[in-house]
Ligand binder design. Structure first.
Ligand code: B12
Length: 257
């Protein structure tokens, strides 16, 4: 199809950047090349996709207006519903293109995540995915150590909300952008992985590098509050269907993102 990835990226940016989202392109083949076959996305290698991150600004620019407007139609986690709402608007705006959206919280019938958003962010060059294997010494033996993405501008103060796939757009010539290896020493990488795995509640892994922007105190407070009390915190009534938040079998529920 005669559309360029640059023009799609521009259109997506026009829609999503003012709302505090960042979109970076990648090819399905790049993603499938680094992960196990059981997680592969079933599209041809040259298929265009975008990974969507929420920056610290998303809370004010997209989430709060969404909550004011839609508080009584929330059926799951408010943040997840908010992102789903904006993905739906994007799809409507791109009515000339087929788009398949996969959210970070979606799972397959076998409970595996539908998309590994950290690997997607890494291959798209959006945020470096630091894993146990990035450290020379193995300090943790057989212990499971979760990996974490660090953004060159926001450190750990962001989340990876999902991918938008354009199944009808093949771009074999797309140039791969490498992620910035901003946590450069082994010592810092160890510190990062230890903080993310064992002390994530104190937020400090997010400041492993100097950052341009962090979550506001209000945003931190929101994420630190139990789901049932979150709307009250925003100055809204809490009698809506937040009761159901987190109870969905097709999704994974998280705390602070
Ligand atoms: C399940 C899940 C959890 C589980 C298990 C964690 C895990 N990583 O497995 C639990 C509940 C414990 C959890 C907790 C948290 N989580 Co969590 N979690 C997820 C979720 C939904 C899926 C992760 C998963 O199961 N991955 C499957 C495993 C197999 O993937 P993997 O380890 O990356 O392995 C692949 C790579 O190694 C790849 N690979 C191999 N070689 C190479 C080489 C290269 C170069 C690359 C790129 C890839 C690659 O191949 C493997 C697969 O075959 C993701 C969102 C998503 N959809 O991805 C969020 C996510 C990872 N979580 C996130 C966060 C923030 C948290 C918490 C801080 C939040 C919280 N309040 O609970 C805590 C912190 C961890 C902790 N200390 O407990 C963020 C991380 C953001 C970031 N900056 O990286 C994510 C991305 C959610 C988001 N929307 O942003 N989480």
């Amino acid at each position: 199809m005669a559309v360029s990835s640059a023009s799609i990226q521009q259109r997506l940016g026009e829609w999503l950047s003012p709302l505090g989202f960042q979109c970076d392109p990648f090819l399905i083949g790049w993603y499938n090349a680094v992960i196990q076959p059981c997680f592969h996305l079933q599209y041809p290698d040259d298929t265009l996709a975008f990974v969507v991150l929420s920056t610290p600004q998303m809370f004010e620019k997209a989430f709060k207006p969404f909550i004011v407007e839609k508080q009584f139609s929330i059926v799951r986690d408010p943040i997840d519903d908010c992102v789903a709402h904006y993905f739906t608007l994007v799809k409507k705006n791109f009515s000339d293109q087929r788009i398949e959206a996969i959210h970070d919280f979606e799972v397959l019938p076998n409970r595996r995540p539908k998309v590994l958003v950290q690997s997607a962010a890494h291959v798209a060059g959006a945020a470096y995915y630091y894993q146990k294997e990035d450290v020379q010494k193995n300090l943790w033996g057989e212990k499971k150590i979760y990996g974490v993405c660090i953004h060159p501008r926001y450190g750990g103060w962001f989340a990876i909300r999902g991918v938008l796939i354009f199944p009808d757009v093949q771009v074999p010539s797309l140039e791969q952008k490498l992620p910035v290896d901003c946590v450069s020493t082994d010592e810092k990488k160890i510190q990062l992985l230890e903080r993310f795995n064992f002390h994530w509640k104190d937020w400090t892994y997010r400041d492993i590098i100097d950052v341009e922007e962090r979550y506001s105190e209000g945003q931190k407070q929101y994420f630190a509050t139990p789901p049932a009390e979150r709307l009250k915190l925003l100055g809204l009534k809490s009698e809506c269907s937040l009761m159901t938040a987190g109870g969905n079998q097709q999704s994974i529920t998280h705390g602070a993102l």
